[in-house]
Every structure is written in structure tokens, then in C-alpha cells.
Design a binder for this molecule. Structure first.
Ligand code: MEV
Length: 312
């Protein structure tokens, strides 16, 4: 019996969520403190899922799991058509909080199923199959999440291209969860409606949100975190104007400000979900995480981005 193993991790978007859907650049980083692990074996019978959310044959699974099932089916069709699989998932990423849970689970499951069939997929194949599941999860995903949940370091994404970003020194962050489930599909539709009504204004905002991503590449390289933080506050205001924030997100951004964050903003689809806050040190990140939890965050994780080598 061949046991396949797949791994992925959560992701957070530093700049450019929503704008990325319209071709603007976005920056995302891996959240290694939120891992996903999947195991799979192939069977001749029906596919069975074993996860915290559901245990049993996929035919009886709740519809909320259809993106995961789409991932398993896409992988099986690709590597072992006609077969079923027993798939076990362990995920530390809270579901529907803008941290890439759906893409990370899909990506880990796809890798595990392929490995169980004796196939080693390359990054591009994993990406393409993950996008199949992401389409089921939220319509027309840009592809940012599917890349970020496999990335080792910070990435810049401009539809449809992804590249690695040079980071000069370790950057400390906190991710804090409002506890309110986000609704990426709804949020993306909301922005689309706003753009249809007032394209001049919304396009200008999309452009400015994208420009924060471009300058963040230099800021991460040079360690100019104060300037980057200032743009995070500004990006949050603009995302509010785009209608993708909510009172709970605004509250946590305010708490981050009052405990000394260099910058903070909502991250991911919004309308619930999480904020990210930029800290000056590990100690500050830990302090901020405690304060955010005391002030209503469901959970808060200090995390960081490691320096990377210059590629060019
Ligand atoms: C979701 O994590 C990011 C969005 O920009 C949607 C997408 O890129 O597909 C809101």
C-alpha cells in the first residue's frame, strides 16, 4: 500500500487583495505557523474523507466540502482515473478567514493523492489542479492563493505570473482572526458591483492598491518597514472604501494601532476573516498578539518572513 503525503501552509496577503483580480500586482507571504498535512492511499472503491469537519464517503459530505472533493477528483482524474482514495487531512488553518485554507488543503490533498499513485507533480501541475478546487470554492480565483500556499518565501503575483521577492531582513507580523467567517466570493462580487457603478473611482483605487505592492518589493528589500507600515494603514482605509471590511476587522486594526504596530490592515477576501499587523520585533509581535486576543480576537499568531537571497 502506497501512502502519499502532501503539505502546504496558510498564506497572508500583504498588499493587493481584490486589486489582483483586475490585474494589479499583489504581495503574499507563507504562514508556516499554520500548516496543512494530508495523507492518501488509493482504493478501487469509493473515495472516503477523514478530516476534522467530516468523516465518511464523499458522496454524503456536506456541500461546504465540495472544493476539497473537487481537489481529490481532479488529482485522481490526472494520476489514476477510475480509482478512489482514502484521504486524511490535518489542518491548522482556520476555515474561511482569508488565510488560504481552501487552496492549502486542496494543494496538500492533490500532492498526497499523486504521491499515492507514485506520481511526483511539479509546482505548475499542483497549481493547475489546485485552481480547479479554488474555482469551486470561490468562482474565478486570481491564482494568488494557489501559489502562495506552496511558496517558501514572499511572492509577487501579477495575473498570471508569480515571482519571488527579495527580503533583506526578517520581518515580524501578527495575524489576528476576528472569528467572523469571511466570504471571498461575496466580497469579490461586491467590488465588481461597485466598479460597474463607478469605474473611474474604483479603478483609481485598484491602481493605488497595486502601487503599494510595487513599492513593498523595494521596502522589503531595504527593510524600510516604517514606510511599508504607513501604506498598510492606507490600504486598509481603501479596502474599507471598497466595502470589503467590517466592524470587527476595523476594531482589530484599531487595537493594533494602539499597541504600536507599524501598520495593519485586513488580509485576504475580507468581510470577516483576519488582519495582519507589522511589528518591530518578535517581542512586539508576541505582545501585540496577546493584546489582540484580550481585545476580542478569536486567535492571534505571531509569525515572520525570513530574509531571502537576491535572485537577480
Ligand atoms: C483572496 O485571498 C484574494 C482575493 O484577491 C481574491 C483572489 O485573488 O482570487 C480577494
Amino acid at each position: 500500500l502506497n501512502i502519499g503525503v502532501g503539505r502546504a501552509h496558510g498564506k497572508a496577503i500583504l498588499f493587493g487583495e481584490h486589486a489582483v483580480v483586475y490585474g494589479a500586482p499583489a504581495i503574499a507571504f507563507p504562514v508556516h505557523v499554520l500548516p496543512v498535512l494530508a495523507n492518501a492511499t488509493l482504493t478501487m472503491g469509493e473515495t472516503v474523507l477523514n478530516s476534522e469537519l467530516y468523516r465518511g464517503p464523499v458522496a454524503l459530505a456536506p456541500t461546504s466540502l465540495s472544493p476539497i472533493i473537487a481537489a481529490i477528483d481532479a488529482a485522481l482524474d490526472f494520476v489514476a482515473p477510475g480509482m478512489g482514495a482514502h484521504v486524511t487531512i490535518y489542518s491548522d488553518i482556520p476555515y474561511a478567514r482569508g488565510l488560504g485554507s481552501s487552496a492549502a488543503v486542496a494543494s496538500a490533498v492533490i500532492t498526497a493523492v499523486a504521491q499515492a499513485a507514485g506520481v511526483r507533480l511539479d509546482k505548475e501541475q499542483i497549481f493547475r489542479l489546485t485552481q480547479t478546487a479554488e474555482r469551486v470554492a470561490h468562482g474565478r480565483p486570481s491564482g494568488m492563493d494557489a501559489h502562495a500556499v506552496q511558496a517558501n518565501g514572499v511572492i509577487k503575483f501579477v495575473l498570471p505570473r508569480v515571482e519571488c521577492v527579495y527580503v533583506g531582513e526578517r520581518v515580524h507580523m501578527v495575524i489576528a482572526d476576528t472569528g467572523v467567517p469571511g466570504a471571498t466570493r461575496k466580497a469579490v462580487m461586491g467590488v465588481r458591483n461597485r466598479r460597474e457603478k463607478d469605474s473611474t473611482r474604483v479603478d483609481a483605487m485598484i491602481k493605488e492598491l497595486g502601487s503599494f505592492s510595487n513599492v513593498a518589493v523595494d521596502q522589503l528589500g531595504m527593510g524600510d518597514l516604517e514606510a511599508m507600515g504607513a501604506n498598510m494603514w492606507r490600504a486598509h482605509e481603501m479596502l474599507c472604501d471598497l466595502g470589503v471590511s467590517c466592524p470587527e476587522l476595523n476594531h482589530l486594526v484599531g487595537v493594533a494601532r494602539s499597541c504600536g504596530a507599524l501598520g495593519a490592515k485586513l488580509t485576504g477576501g475580507g468581510v470577516g476573516g483576519c488582519i495582519i499587523a507589522l511589528a518591530t520585533s518578535r517581542k512586539e509581535a508576541e505582545f501585540m498578539a496577546q493584546e489582540l486576543k484580550k481585545s476580542g480576537a478569536r486567535n492571534a499568531w505571531p509569525t515572520w518572513v525570513d530574509p531571502s537571497r537576491r535572485l537577480r
